[in-house]
Unconditional design. Structure first.
Length: 482
C-alpha cells in the first residue's frame, strides 16, 4: 500500500519526534488529561444514572401510593420522566449537561425539560467539561500541529530537503511519509484511549452490549481516526509550502484557532441570527391564542363545546348532559386535551424546523471545517446531540398525553354525572386503577438515525479526504526544494 521510501521516512520521523522537549511535555500533559477525562466520565455516568433511576422509581412509587381519588385529580398529580445517560456519553458529554434530563408530566400542560447539570454548576461547566472527545477534537490536533510544523520546513531550512530530492525521493513520498510518521506518533495516545473507552463502555453496561451500541463505537473509532489523519496531512502540507518552521508554526496555530474556536462560534451565532426562533413567552402565547380560537373547554358558552354538547344531546335524545350514560366532564376534558396537544405539537414542529435550519447552517460549515463534522458526528453517535434530546421530549409528551387521556377515560367510565350532595363524599375511584398506567421507559433511537441526521457531516468528511488527496497530488508536482 505504501512504498518502502514512505515507510522509511515515517519511521525516521517517529524515532525523532520527541527530541523536542516541548512536544514531549505536551504529549504527557494530554495523556494525563485523557486519563482524568476517562475517570471523570466514568464517575459522572454512574452518579447521574443512579440518581435518575432512583427518582424515576420514587416517582412511580408516589404515583401508585395515591389513595382512592378522582381521576382528574390524578391527571393533575402528574408524573416525572427521566432521561438516562447513554453508555457512550462516557466518551462524549456533548449537549447532555446543558439540555436537561427531567420533565414533569401533567394534564393540559406541556412543561419544558429541566434540571440540567449546567444549571446547578458553579464551576467547571461554566468553562466547558473535559471529556475524551473534547481532548481528541481540540487538543490532539494542536499536538499534531506541534509535531508537524517542522516536518518539511526544517528540512528546507537546514538544506537536507535538496539532498533528499536529489537522491530520488519524490515530493509525494515525502509528504505521505511525514504524514504517516505523525499518524504513528498520534496513535501512541489514540489507541490506548480507545481501548480504555471500550473497557469503560463494556463495564458500564455490565458486559450486556447491544449490536446498535457496538456499531456506534466502531463508527466513533473510524471517524476519529479519519479526523486525526486529516489534521496530520494538513500539518505536513502547511509545512511543505512554508519557507521556515516559524512561518509554518504561526500558520498552523492560526488554522487551529480558526477551526476550533472562531468558525464554530461564528457559524452558530450567524445561524441563529439568520433563522430567528421565537422567545419562550411568544411561543407559549401563540399556543394559548390558538387553543382559545379552537375551543375553550372552561367556557360553557364556547361555540365548539356548545356544538359538541348539542350533538350529544341530539344523538342520545335527552335534554341534559346529566342524563348521558357517561361522564360529560371527562368527555370534555378528553376533547380539550386532544385539541391542546395537537396545537402544541403543530407549533413545536414549526419551532423544530427553525432549529433544524440553524443546525443545518452550522453543519454545512463542516465543508470548511472538519472540526464541525467530527463534533456533530461524535454527539450523534454517543446520543448526546440535540436530536436525542428532542427524541426524549417527544416520547415524554406521548406518555403525558396517554396518561391524561387514560385518566379522562377512567372519569368518563366510572364517575357519575350527578354532583355529590352537600356533605356527601366526593366522587372517587379505586386506587387499583393507577397501576393500569404503565411506567415511562425511554427508548433510545437506533444508529440508523445518525445517518439521516448527520448526512452533511459524513459527506463533509468525504470531501475533506478528496480535497487533501487533491492537494497532495498538485503540490507534489509544483513544490520545489527552495
Amino acid at each position: 500500500m505504501f512504498s518502502h521510501t514512505e515507510i522509511l521516512i515515517a519511521k525516521h520521523f517517529r524515532n525523532t519526534a520527541f527530541r523536542n522537549k516541548a512536544v514531549f511535555m505536551l504529549t504527557v500533559f494530554i495523556g494525563l488529561l485523557l486519563i482524568y477525562a476517562a475517570f471523570s466520565g466514568w464517575i459522572n455516568f454512574q452518579k447521574q444514572n443512579e440518581i435518575r433511576a432512583k427518582y424515576q422509581e420514587q416517582a412511580r412509587k408516589d404515583w401508585l401510593s395515591n389513595p382512592d381519588k378522582h381521576p382528574h385529580r390524578m391527571a393533575h398529580f402528574g408524573h416525572f420522566a427521566f432521561r438516562p445517560k447513554a453508555p457512550l456519553s462516557v466518551f462524549d458529554f456533548g449537549m447532555e449537561s446543558f439540555l436537561g434530563n427531567t420533565i414533569f408530566l401533567e394534564a393540559h400542560k406541556q412543561n419544558t425539560v429541566n434540571f440540567s447539570e449546567a444549571g446547578f454548576s458553579t464551576g467547571m461547566l461554566r468553562f466547558g467539561e473535559i471529556s475524551i472527545a473534547m481532548i481528541l477534537q481540540v487538543l490532539l490536533p494542536l499536538l499534531i500541529f506541534f509535531l508537524g510544523f517542522s516536518s518539511i520546513a526544517y528540512e528546507r531550512e537546514n538544506g537536507t530537503l535538496k539532498i533528499l530530492l536529489s537522491q530520488g525521493v519524490s515530493w509525494k513520498a515525502l509528504i505521505i511519509g511525514k504524514s504517516l510518521g505523525i499518524i504513528s506518533v498520534v496513535m501512541i495516545l489514540f489507541i490506548p484511549i480507545i481501548i480504555a473507552t471500550i473497557l469503560l463502555w463494556s463495564l458500564l453496561q455490565n458486559m450486556n452490549i447491544s449490536i446498535d451500541e457496538s456499531i456506534r463505537l466502531l463508527l466513533i473509532i473510524l471517524v476519529y481516526f479519519v479526523y486525526l489523519v486529516i489534521f496530520c496531512v494538513i500539518a505536513v502540507l502547511v509545512s511543505a509550502i512554508s519557507k521556515s518552521s516559524k512561518t509554518a508554526l504561526t500558520s498552523l496555530i492560526g488554522i487551529w484557532l480558526m477551526l476550533t474556536i472562531v468558525i464554530p462560534r461564528g457559524s452558530q451565532a450567524l445561524g441563529a441570527y439568520i433563522y430567528t426562533a421565537p422567545s419562550k413567552a411568544k411561543f407559549n402565547a401563540e399556543i394559548e391564542n390558538d387553543i382559545l380560537k379552537e375551543g375553550d373547554s372552561h367556557n360553557p358558552d364556547d361555540p365548539h363545546y356548545k356544538s359538541l354538547k348539542d350533538s350529544l344531546l341530539t344523538v342520545y335524545k335527552i335534554d341534559s348532559v346529566q342524563k348521558l350514560p357517561f361522564n360529560y366532564s371527562g368527555f370534555v376534558m378528553a376533547e380539550g386535551e386532544k385539541i391542546s396537544a395537537n396545537i402544541y405539537n403543530h407549533h413545536l414542529e414549526g419551532l423544530l424546523k427553525i432549529y433544524d435550519k440553524q443546525n443545518s447552517f452550522s453543519k454545512a460549515m463542516a465543508f470548511l471545517n472538519p472540526f464541525m463534522a467530527i463534533k456533530n458526528l461524535s454527539m450523534a453517535l454517543t446520543s448526546t446531540d440535540f436530536a436525542s434530546y428532542i427524541n426524549f421530549q417527544e416520547q415524554a409528551e406521548h406518555y403525558r398525553y396517554e396518561m391524561a387521556q387514560q385518566m379522562n377515560e377512567l372519569q368518563i367510565k366510572y364517575i357519575s354525572n350527578k354532583k355529590p350532595s352537600v356533605g356527601e363524599k366526593s366522587h372517587t375511584i379505586d386506587k387499583k386503577h393507577w397501576a393500569e398506567m404503565h411506567e415511562f421507559e425511554y427508548q433510545a433511537s437506533g444508529v440508523s438515525t445518525v445517518f439521516s441526521h448527520e448526512i452533511i457531516s459524513i459527506f463533509a468528511f468525504i470531501f475533506w479526504i478528496g480535497l487533501l488527496l487533491f492537494f497532495i497530488r498538485i503540490l507534489s508536482k509544483t513544490l520545489k526544494a527552495i
